[in-house]
Write a protein that binds this ligand. Structure first.
Ligand code: NAD
Length: 408
C-alpha cells in the first residue's frame, strides 16, 4: 500500500518512518504547506517523494493519508480525505467540535473506509495493564477512574508552539486544555469499556500575564490553562480528568499521562514515577511493569528538534515495557525508534492491519468519538460556570474490529 503524510512538523517523521519500514507498505509520500519541511523529511528518511498540496496528494493513487497537522485542523481534513476515497489516520485530537465528529462518523459509515485516531495512551503500559486486569475481573466492579495529562507550558510547549504557529504563535498556544482530552480520557476508557454521558468542568484562569492564555489574543477565545472535569459514565461510574498546562512537573523521566482505576475489589494508582495495585489485604508495587527500556534513538530526528520540545525529543528514544507484547509486530520493528512509552509501533501496525483486512481498528471512529466528545462538552461546561451538560454517544463500532493479537 502507499501512504501519504500530511504535515511534516515535529511529530510526523517518526511515524512516517515506521510505516516506511512496515513490510505491507510500499511507499511513503509527504506534503506540507511549508515545502522545505516536506523536502527535508524525504531526504532524512529516503521516502518516495513529495506532493505540492494535500489536494494533489488526494488526487494521487495513495491508499491512505495520515494527518499530522495542527490540533484544530483534523476534522475537515479527515472528511475531505474520506470523500476522496482515502483511508485516514489522524494524530489526536479527532476534531474540535461535536459537529465535526458527527461528520467524520457519517463519512466513515457512508464510504466504508478505515478511520483511525492515533491515541498513544491506548498502548501506554499502565493502560494495557488496566485493560487486561479489568477483562480478568481483577478490580471487581470498576466505579471510579482518573486520567491526567500533565504537560507544563514551560517544559517545551512555548518552543513547540513557536515552531508550529510562527509569528502568531501566541494565538494558537492558548489551545484549550479540554480540547486535547484524549491522553487522559483515552487511558481511562482504554481499560474500562464504557463512555461518558455528562460532564461538569472547572477551568483555572491563567494569571501569567504574557498574553498566551489571553482571550483577546487567543484564536480559541480561551484563558484557561488548567482544567478539571468530572464525568458521569454510562454504567453508573465516575471519571475525573485533569488537563494541566501550568504545573510544576518535569517532562522527562516522569509519566506525563497517569491513570488510576478504582474497583470494589482492587485499586491501581499510578503517580509521576511508580504504581501500586492494592486489594483489601495486599499491596503490590507494580512500577516495574510500566518502565520502558531505552530503545533505539533516532539521532537525525533528535538533532532536528534539539531546540524545540524536549518532551517530544525524549519520546523518540523510549522502548517498550514488560506489559507490551511485541510478538504481534513485524520483525522490521525490532530495534526501530519508538515513542510515548512504547506506543508508536502498535499504533502504526494497527492502521496497516485495518487497511489490509478492511476491518476497523481498535481506535476506530466510534471509540475516538467517545475519547474526544467528553473534552469538547467539558470545555463548554467550564465556560458555563461548571454547568452539567449531556454528552452525545454515537454507539459502538457497528462491525467487528480487526484482530491485532495475531503475529503477521
Ligand atoms: N502523543 C501524541 O499523540 C502526540 C504528540 C505530539 C503531537 N501530536 C499531534 O500531532 C499533530 C502534529 O503535531 P506537531 O507537533 O508535529 O505539529 P507541527 O505544528 O510541528 O506540524 C504541523 C505541520 O503541518 C503542516 N500543515 C498544516 N496544515 C497543512 C495542510 N493543510 N497541508 C499540508 N501541511 C499542513 C504545517 O505547516 C506544519 O509543518 C498535532 O495534531 C498534535 O496534536 C500527538
Amino acid at each position: 500500500m502507499k501512504i501519504g503524510i500530511v504535515g511534516c512538523g515535529q511529530f510526523s517523521g517518526v511515524f512516517a518512518d515506521l510505516w516506511h519500514i512496515h513490510p505491507e507498505v510500499d511507499q511513503v509520500w509527504v506534503t506540507d504547506v511549508i515545502a522545505d519541511r516536506a523536502d527535508k523529511l524525504v531526504e532524512r528518511y529516503r521516502f518516495a517523494g513529495t506532493y505540492n498540496s494535500v489536494e494533489e496528494m488526494l488526487a494521487s493513487d495513495v491508499d491512505a493519508v495520515c494527518l499530522f497537522t495542527q490540533r484544530w485542523t483534523h476534522g475537515p481534513l479527515t472528511v475531505q480525505a474520506l470523500e476522496a476515497g482515502k483511508h485516514v489516520y489522524a494524530a489526536v485530537p479527532m476534531a474540535v467540535s461535536a459537529d465535526e465528529i458527527a461528520a467524520i462518523i457519517e463519512a466513515v459509515q457512508r464510504t466504508g473506509l478505515i478511520y483511525m485516531m492515533g491515541e498513544t495512551s491506548y498502548y501506554n503500559p499502565a493502560v494495557i495493564w488496566g485493560r487486561r486486569e479489568a477483562a480478568k475481573g481483577a478490580f471487581g466492579r470498576l466505579f471510579y477512574a482518573e486520567g491526567d495529562y500533565v504537560h507544563d507550558m514551560d517544559n517545551g510547549f512555548y518552543s513547540a508552539y513557536q515552531y508550529s504557529g510562527g509569528d502568531d504563535w501566541k494565538a494558537t498556544a492558548s489551545y484549550p486544555p479540554m480540547l486535547y482530552p484524549t491522553h487522559a480520557v483515552g487511558g481511562v476508557l482504554g481499560a474500562w469499556p464504557t463512555h461518558a454521558v455528562s460532564a461538569s468542568c472547572t477551568g483555572v484562569v491563567d494569571d501569567r500575564g504574557d498574553r498566551v492564555f489571553d482571550r483577546e489574543v487567543s484564536m480559541f477565545d480561551n484563558d484557561f490553562s488548567n482544567m478539571s472535569a468530572l464525568f458521569e459514565l454510562a454504567d453508573g461510574g465516575v471519571m475525573r480528568t485533569n488537563e494541566f498546562r501550568r504545573v510544576g512537573h518535569p517532562n522527562q523521566g516522569a509519566h506525563e499521562s497517569r491513570f488510576r482505576y478504582y474497583g470494589t475489589n482492587g485499586v491501581m494508582e499510578q503517580g509521576t514515577l511508580g504504581a501500586t495495585f492494592t486489594t483489601r489485604d495486599t499491596i503490590a508495587d507494580i512500577s516495574d511493569q510500566f518502565v520502558t527500556g531505552s530503545g533505539q534513538s533516532d539521532e537525525d530526528a533528535e538533532d532536528a528538534l534539539a531546540d524545540v520540545d524536549p518532551a517530544l525529543r525524549d519520546s523518540f528514544v523510549s522502548g517498550c515495557a514488560p506489559v507490551h507484547d511485541r510478538t504481534r509486530l513485524p520483525s522490521s520493528y525490532a530495534g526501530a525508534h519508538n515513542g510515548h512509552e512504547g506506543a508508536h509501533h502498535f499504533l502504526a501496525d494497527d492502521f496497516v492491519r485495518a487497511i489490509k483486512h478492511r476491518q476497523h481498528p481498535p481506535l476506530n471512529a466510534w471509540i475516538a468519538a467517545r475519547m474526544n466528545l467528553p473534552g469538547i462538552v467539558a470545555f463548554d461546561s467550564a465556560r458555563r460556570n461548571g454547568e452539567r451538560l449531556p454528552i452525545v454517544d454515537h454507539g459502538d463500532c457497528p462491525t467487528p474490529v480487526v484482530d491485532t493479537e495475531q503475529p503477521w
